[in-house]
Design a protein around this ligand. Sequence first.
Ligand SMILES: [Zn+2]
Ligand SMILES: [Zn+2]
Length: 349
Amino acid sequence: MTIQENFCPKCGEKTENEGICNNCMRSSVEWATCENRIQCVICPTCGSIKKGSIWTDVPYERQKLTEELAYDAVAVHADLEDLEIAISTRETSPNRTNCTIFVRGILYGEPVYKTFETLIAWTKENCDRCSRLSGGYYASTIQVRALSRKPDQFEKEQALKIAYSIEDSVQEAGERLSFITRTGDVHDGVDIVVSSHSLGDTISREIVNKMGGKITRHPKLIGEQDGKKVYRITILLRLPEFRNGDIICFNKRYYEVRGTDSGLIRVFDLSEGKSNVLHENGVGFRLIGNLREAERADVTYLDRDVAGILDPVSYDIKEVKAHEWMRLVAHEKVKFLRDREEEVIVLVG
Ligand SMILES: [Zn+2]
Ligand SMILES: [Zn+2]
């Protein structure tokens, strides 16, 4: 039995291949190519890059972007195995980067190496978002107001905090053109001006979710673009008359407001220590203050349902009703509010 011997038809050497030998295959294929010039359009303000006509946020810095562009410029043959690419870069001017790209791998059983030089040309252009931002572009205005009162500083800050955290999450989700254009204090609340209707709706819904209140939307036609009607929407958001933590007096009883639900105020009855609901018509309610403004005092003595507390302002001992549910203990601290109208002190726990 004889072993069949193959010879390469190109160089005549012995080979295990059916056709031409590995050496000849290696020299006949262009196993790696590289573009010698890469154009990259980048936004000088936010660093987004433009591919075709689409802008994309780049979640990393310039050096990594440079390496990625250089990497993408290299194309290798499908038969190349164990591909490794190393890149070294030099900025020759603010808008030119030279890259040296080392490529290696295994081709038909033998290691191969190649080195390329490529140039990245950076072009600066304001992206879609930055040009809208600098032009003050907006689509919706959320007017944060309150029913029969003005929102306080805490509420205004809370509303803005909610708005900015939603802006962050939509930006992270890749909605480049949803942003807060500006915010501003006005005499009866705060305005949040945003670049898209959906962002305006999301923010206002979340504020109502967290802080209560009602929304009314008022669209206004401002023109037409590409055959579509363009609207600006004013979203009027009225926070409820009473804030969470407000202490109100009704029929000579004190309640802590815990929320509002379709015409009802959820309260905590401070004399009974129980949850309850009141109808939101507002008649006969008197606002004492908010838990956030509560003072603290020491309980000096207890005598059945009466407690003496040390007024931290006047240093007088004030007698207050010691509600059973509070389980007051002498020499411990209590929180209280002053009801100026009735000249009583309201223990709030
Ligand atoms: Zn050969
Ligand atoms: Zn930009």
